[in-house]
Ligand binder design. Structure first.
Ligand code: CTP
Length: 398
């Protein structure tokens, strides 16, 4: 499945520019990060301030702005796809001729990603042989060009030239970029990281979970169109990995108790729970307000933490629940029994012997489901496992 996150929305100078405000919003709702690049003349219809406010990103139209960033190249290198909507006859002609007289046309030359052109203009201009020949040129170069819709135009006349409906543009865009938003409309809740149970103000009982697997599931679900919330305990991620979580709602917690409170709040509003957090099985029975002196740090009395997954699964109405089990063996029968005991529908059994998996980018194990034979997962990335788990969960979500 292709991963398209960063989209550039090029806007040409036609009256339909105002309709692209809605297109921008709908793209954002589907989890895309959008940078708007209007042509200078399009600002007569929709100003840069509108685009900046809606996209939350800087908007420039010429290569002479923000020169230090060399924006036509930096945008070209970070984008996964480009939509030009509306594309006017003039803009189509300039692109067909390979001109580079504003930021957008520079970008078109520099970029190497799927490009969707959405023309909108008066039917007489659309049907003019010059425009038709330019469109054919673009198509021969691999651009996807939508047919304008037929209907009422700005004036009183009717014909082919209208800007298509937003949902048609998005459908076409996702077809062109081969994206499947199979989680659109689903709410996915993910716990990640490892809880820490304080002994005193300085020390805690913790574990080696980095939160990487949970983060991978969160990103994958977001990219497949889900609305994602993450309850994250003590993330051990790099700044880049944290940045990659944009568009995901994150609730930070420290202890198992805090995680449970957050789960109780969010679970009823979710369709899928992925319980990837490593929850400490026990916590110190007493928290010491003062730092315990090393001479007195001999025995720490523990009290068992509740099994969050088991407790929350009991509140289930329609939710699908995915559990993880980190074991030092591949005992499938025991894993199946654990899944059932916890009330989960799917369990990923990973073998963590010899320090494997924790903190790593890779994983290896078995996906156990309540409705089929165990699926072996040979050594693969946590991103791939995330996709596999989401595929399984979607089967059961129906
Ligand atoms: N889990 C939980 N609450 C706990 C412990 C674990 O919700 N107090 C969840 C984890 O998030 C994970 C799953 O249960 O999805 C499996 O955890 P694991 O530690 O393998 O199972 P335990 O029930 O602790 O069993 P064991 O005695 O084998 O450690």
């Amino acid at each position: 499945m292709a991963k398209v996150r960063e989209v550039i929305l090029g806007v040409g100078g036609g009256i339909a520019a105002y309709k692209s405000c809605d297109l921008l919003r709908r793209l954002q709702e589907r989890g895309y990060q959008v940078t708007v690049v209007p042509t200078p003349s399009s600002l007569n219809f929709v100003g840069a301030a509108t685009w900046e406010a809606l996209s939350g990103r800087a908007v420039t139209t010429q290569v002479w702005e923000r020169v230090d960033e060399v924006r036509h190249i930096s945008l070209a290198n970070t984008a996964d796809a480009l939509i030009i909507a509306p594309a006017t006859a003039d803009l189509i002609a300039r692109i067909a001729a390979g001109r580079a007289d504003d930021l957008l046309t520079n970008l078109v030359l520099a970029i190497d990603v799927p490009i969707l052109i959405v023309p909108a203009m008066h039917p007489q201009m659309w049907n003019d042989p010059a425009t038709q020949s330019n469109v054919a040129t673009l198509q021969s170069r691999g651009f996807s060009v939508m047919e304008p819709a037929i209907g009422r135009l700005t004036g009183s006349d009717i014909g082919q030239g209208r800007f298509p409906e937003t949902n048609e543009i998005i459908t076409k865009f996702e077809e062109v970029t081969e994206i499947e938003k199979d989680y659109f409309g689903k709410r996915v809740l993910i716990t990640a990281g490892g809880t820490r149970e304080a002994i005193d103000p300085v020390r805690y009982i913790g574990n080696r979970s980095s939160g990487r697997q949970g983060a991978a599931v969160a990103r994958a679900a977001r990219d497949r169109g889900a609305q994602v919330k993450m309850i994250f305990a003590n993330a051990q991620l790099s700044p880049d990995e944290i940045n990659d979580l944009s568009g995901i709602e994150i609730v930070s917690v420290e202890t198992a108790t805090e995680m449970f409170t957050a789960l109780e709040e969010a679970f009823p509003k979710s369709d899928l729970l992925v319980m990837s957090a490593a929850v400490a099985d026990a916590r110190p029975s007493q928290y010491s307000e003062g730092k315990i002196k090393k001479g007195e740090l001999r025995d720490i009395a523990l009290v068992e933490n509740p099994d969050l997954l088991k407790s929350i699964a009991k509140l289930r109405t329609k939710q699908i629940v995915v559990a993880f089990a980190a074991e030092t063996n591949n005992d499938l029968a025991a894993a199946q029994a654990k899944m059932e005991a916890k009330g989960a529908n799917i369990l990923y059994l990973n073998n963590v012997s010899n320090g494997a998996i924790f903190g790593s980018l890779d994983t290896e194990g078995f996906i156990i489901t309540s409705n089929g034979a165990p699926i072996p997962v040979p050594l693969t990335s946590k991103d791939t496992l995330a996709e596999l788990l989401l595929d399984q969960a979607l089967n059961q979500l129906g």
